[in-house]
Design a protein around this ligand. Structure first.
Ligand SMILES: [Zn+2]
Length: 425
């Protein structure tokens, strides 16, 4: 073990000098170790971009792209990366997410517009994504995974080209699915704040956006975005600390835009409805709902309702219905159903702890959501529940996502996407 560590350290020094390089991240000054060159990363970015373009549908409503282009061009000028060949696309999906690939390929899923109120808030998210690219976090993740995953032995005999192949083999996946580390996240927050200020957007909007973002209980947004962009506890505190520095840049900006254009409620609402990009449409006429199911999630229909099962079998989404009146003819409310659900779970399990229900909205269905954990037969279970009211007021839908903590976490992103696509019919 000790020897491995020694080899690791030796190699790390060696690689800095001979293979890649150590460099300081612009703005933050943090030193990072990279095996990949900037042009290699840009090549990977370009290839990943081609793949994404061939898979995703471009959003047809021009108002979203117009907003992204307006904001993106300002940011691109502020960021000043002469080698980047900037492209900005909005994809037709209600998934709230965004990314920037090395080389300046920026993708925003239409669903993000549901949560940003104006150009300055869009600049907050897009600036954060661009910061990941400018800081070369992708290259750094690849370099780290080469060290951790493949090991020093392979690397010590590999040539520079072979290293690139290793990086490349991992590259496409890494860019798409590996979550950024918290260090990368706070660095992207900081740099993104400076970028938006330089571009002429009031940096106070970033505080407002991240604060609002932190409070949202909507699983479709929070879990989708947080699963690749984990937020630190100190996000707001850190941003406040950096605000004076950002304000200096804002005051020097060639054009002060404030919040920029403010988006209409109609534009925001429309952004959140419609198809997600992964869908295999599942319809249940008996229970009256539809969901976009990942093809590798199987399902069971039984007396309880419908259970969707993750490919590893370790996590389930159960969809059930409950009537608006109970057997005594008493009208049941959202709060009552949520409370009953919590009490039933607590009675059946031990060590149950649940958050208080928070208002949620899934595709226009209002409801309450809460998360919690409990023990059942000595097994720790983590659970997310949403209770939604049918728009015709005839019944409630109860959606429960649960599994052992490790499976819950592993399948959360897919589960969140599926739940976000839930609709009553
Ligand atoms: Zn991020």
């Amino acid at each position: 073990m000790k020897r491995q560590v020694a080899v690791f350290i030796l190699f790390a020094c060696f690689s800095c000098i001979y293979i890649g390089g150590c460099r300081s991240v612009p703005y933050s000054g943090r030193s990072q170790m990279l095996f990949t060159s900037e042009s290699q990363e840009e090549k990977l970015g370009k290839q990943a971009w081609q793949q994404i373009l061939s898979k995703e549908r471009i959003e047809k409503d021009p108002q979203y792209e117009a907003s992204l282009l307006r904001v993106g061009k300002k940011l691109a000028t502020a960021v000043n990366m002469p080698k980047y060949k900037w492209e900005f696309k909005v994809f037709d999906s209600n998934t709230p997410n965004a990314f920037c690939l090395p080389g300046g390929k920026v993708g925003v899923y239409r669903g993000l517009f549901k949560y940003v109120d104006n150009d300055a808030e869009l600049a907050t998210v897009v600036g954060h994504e661009i910061a990941h690219a400018v800081a070369r976090h992708g290259g750094e993740r690849m370099s780290q995974s080469i060290l951790q995953g493949i090991g020093a032995e392979v690397i010590s005999v590999a040539t520079n080209d072979q290293l690139l192949q290793i990086a490349y083999g991992y590259g496409t996946n890494l860019l798409a699915i590996l979550p950024y580390s918290r260090t990368h996240e706070s660095e992207a927050d900081y740099m993104g704040l400076l970028f938006m200020a330089k571009a002429g957007y009031d940096p106070h909007a970033a505080l407002k956006f991240w604060e609002k973002f932190g409070k949202l209980s909507d699983i479709s947004m929070v879990q989708e975005f947080l699963s690749t962009h984990p937020a630190g506890k100190n996000r707001i505190k850190d941003l406040k600390e950096h605000l004076p520095e950002a304000m200096k840049l804002y005051n020097k900006a060639p054009q002060k835009l404030g919040l920029g254009e403010v988006y209409s409620k109609k534009m925001q609402t429309k952004a959140g409805v419609g198809k997600t990009s992964f869908s295999t449409n599942y319809q249940n006429s008996k229970l009256g709902f539809g969901i976009n199911r990942y093809p590798d999630w199987t399902y069971n229909e039984d007396y309880k309702g419908v259970t969707f099962i993750a490919p590893d079998g370790g996590a389930h989404i159960l969809v059930q219905t409950a009537g608006v009146t109970d057997s005594t003819g008493r009208e049941r409310t959202l709060q009552m159903i949520t409370g009953t659900l919590q009490r039933n779970l607590a009675a059946r399990a031990s060590n149950a702890s649940f958050q208080k229900g928070k208002p949620t909205d899934i595709n226009g269905l209002n409801g309450m959501a809460f998360s919690g954990s409990f023990k059942m037969k000595n097994m720790q279970i983590q659970q997310y529940n949403a209770v939604l009211k049918d728009p015709r007021g005839k019944k409630f839908y109860i959606i429960s996502y649960y599994g052992k903590p490790e499976f819950f976490k592993k399948n959360m992103k897919a589960a969140a996407n599926m739940i976000a696509s839930f609709r009553a019919r």
